[in-house]
Design a protein around this ligand. Structure first.
Ligand code: URA
Length: 224
């Protein structure tokens, strides 16, 4: 999708408030949140963390996955999106959110005034659950030190949890998304907002405007 297509797409959705739009919110944001306590102090960079994951065999997801999908984006991203786990296209390419849902996430990122490579995108689990089933508790808990360390290294100003699985995992709540979204919470000291997963938005397009209400909260916090 070209930049022009994205802009047209966002405009179609009403995903832009030109008076508030700030293409470089990171320049005006307050200092980052205090880093969370380290669980793996010896791993000091995302590159080292990625190497340490390597050809991970720690949970059963390794049996059917093609690639570990570590995550990608800016090492000092102000904004970090966390989804649930790789799908087929992500498994094939080793990159997060590159399928249809990823294109919608790209539009959301763009509407917030960022390029995809200025934010960070990761998942609760780094390997594809077979058939895109929900990740199981043991898979999420085995993978969570890696996500935690990513968050500690990136030190985002804001985490956006995409969908129920990520929201439940990161908040500890089991409330439905309609109750969780639009309320600021924290994950290890970092402000966290939950919103609908882009795949859900593709199935329920009328909720795209609701998701944009959430993104406006993110934009306001980034620039406050
Ligand atoms: N859905 C997710 O939750 N993560 C991806 O990377 C792709 C689709």
């Amino acid at each position: 999708m070209s930049r022009r297509d994205l802009l047209a797409y966002c405009n179609d959705l009403g995903w832009r408030d030109p008076p508030e739009f700030n293409p470089h919110p990171e320049r005006e944001t307050p200092p980052k949140a205090e880093p969370a306590p380290s669980t793996s102090p010896e791993i000091g960079s995302l590159a080292d963390l990625k190497s340490s994951i390597g050809d991970c065999q720690l949970c059963p997801l390794c049996e059917k996955r093609k690639n570990v999908v570590f995550g990608e984006g800016a090492e000092t991203a102000p904004l970090m999106f966390v989804g649930e786990g790789p799908g087929a296209e992500e498994d094939r390419t080793g990159r997060p959110f590159v399928g249809q849902a990823g294109q919608l996430l790209d539009a959301m990122v763009f509407a917030l005034g960022f390029e995809r490579n200025q934010v960070y995108i990761a998942n609760v689990v780094k390997c594809r659950p077979p058939g895109n089933r929900d990740p199981q508790e043991v898979e999420m808990s085995t993978c969570s030190p890696f996500l935690d360390r990513q968050i500690q290294l990136i030190k985002p100003h804001i985490i956006v949890a995409l969908g129920r699985i990520a929201a439940h995992r990161l908040t500890g709540s089991t409330k439905p998304m309609r109750a969780l979204r639009s309320h600021w919470m924290t994950y290890q000291g970092t402000p966290l907002l939950a919103t609908y997963h882009p795949a859900y938005l593709l199935r329920s397009p009328k909720e795209k405007r609701t998701a944009w209400e959430d993104m406006k909260l993110v934009l306001a916090k980034l620039t406050e």
